[in-house]
Structures are given as structure tokens and as C-alpha cells.
Design a protein around this ligand. Sequence first.
Ligand code: SF4
Ligand code: SF4
Length: 238
Amino acid sequence: MVPVSLMPIPSRIAAAERELSELLAYPEERLAAIIKEVGFRCDCCSRCCTRAFNGHVFLLDRDVVIARKIDPKSVEPAPYPEFCDQNGTFYVSGFALKAQDDDCGSCWFLKNNRCRIYDQRFSICRVYPYMLHREPDERGKIDWRQIAGLNEHGEYNTEIPEILCQEAAAETREYETACIRQEISFLLYIQDYFSRNHLRHVQKIHDDRMRAFARGGEIRIMVFCNGRLEEHRVHNTR
Ligand code: SF4
Ligand code: SF4
């Protein structure tokens, strides 16, 4: 089976649209029931706000606007750009939160183990650890996952009022649909942009430039956000 990232763009758009339909058909009350049954309670350890535990914190476009208003330096191009044209320019969808230069890669907004912008925290920060997307299990069988890092953090079997379970389920599904819609917009834009500008993705140039980047080189990267491309020059500082 061809990995999704190597599929032609039209196939990827079709796959993302199928994923969106599946997500919209998923009964919200089923997710609410799982949230109720698991009874997750955050113990405020703050590990999910670090790269050591959670990798990058990807932002929806609407969150990028908020993050930049709070602190224009708080975002950076999302990592792992998947498209690279024949001139060596990369293309990526969206931004991620920057990390501080500490041992665990704390989020830019984490201070003394607390979020310093908690009331304005971003969509992913609000729904975590709830999620609703399909992934292969250890035997390769595709199934839904609803809780990230189950049994690896927090407390379980706490009593959560029904109404809060329903609200969390609705918010989680809204977040997941927004992610897929953002991905579809990116793919449609790139398909059209490459066609209009006689560009094509070249995997070898992608791989060569990423290796140079890993050694500390600079890459030019066009970030798709809120319907347009922004140019950035990025160095690998890690
Ligand atoms: S914005 Fe706040 S809640 Fe979100 S990852 Fe950063 S510190 Fe954590
Ligand atoms: S959501 Fe989990 S990892 Fe994040 S602060 Fe709460 S218990 Fe810790």
C-alpha cells in the first residue's frame, strides 16, 4: 500500500474527503459515552505541553491568528514539509507552537508548569487528550482512537457530568473536522499553485534538502495559512 504522504494529490484529497465523511457520520453520543466511561481527569502535570511528551503542537489557522496577537514570535512553520518543488522550495500546511530552549522543549507559553495564556489556549489544548481519528492498531487494523496516551498520564474513572461529556465530544469532533478541512484546503491550493506555476514535487530534492537542513542548513519554506502562502527561511537549530 502506498503511504498517504506519497499518494498523488488528487488521491490524497479524495482520501481526506472520505475521512471527513466518516468523521461526520461518527455518532457524537458514542464519543460522549467513551469520555464518560474512561473518566479522565487531568492532574496538571503539564507534560502534554512539552515536546518530550507530545511532539509538536500544531495549530489551526484560527489559532495562529490568536497566537500571533498574543506574541508574534510564538509560532513557527509546521515541521516535516511534505512538498518540495524542482527549485528546492518546500511547502507545508500551517504553523506549530514554538518550544522554549529547555531540556524538555516546553511550549512557548508554559511558565512554572502552568499555561500562562490558559483562558486563550488553542483548540488542540482545549480538547486534549480527546481525539477522534482513525489509525492502524498494532496489527494494522484501522480503527478509531478517542483518547491520546491512554493510561500514560492523568487519572481515570472519575465521575464526569453528562453535559460536560457531551460538550467535550462536540468540541473534539469540531476540532478534528477543522483539521481535515484545513488539510483539504492546503492540498487543493498546492494542486492549483503547482499547476499554474509549472511546479512539480521532486522527492529526491526534498530528501537531499532535508538532510542538509538536519545538518544545520537553511531551507526556504512556503507556509499555507488562512488561504495564502507565507514565505519563511528556517534553520535547524536543534
Ligand atoms: S498554549 Fe498552554 S495549554 Fe497549549 S501547549 Fe502551550 S502551555 Fe500547553
Ligand atoms: S492532559 Fe495529561 S499530560 Fe496534560 S497536564 Fe493533564 S495529565 Fe498532564
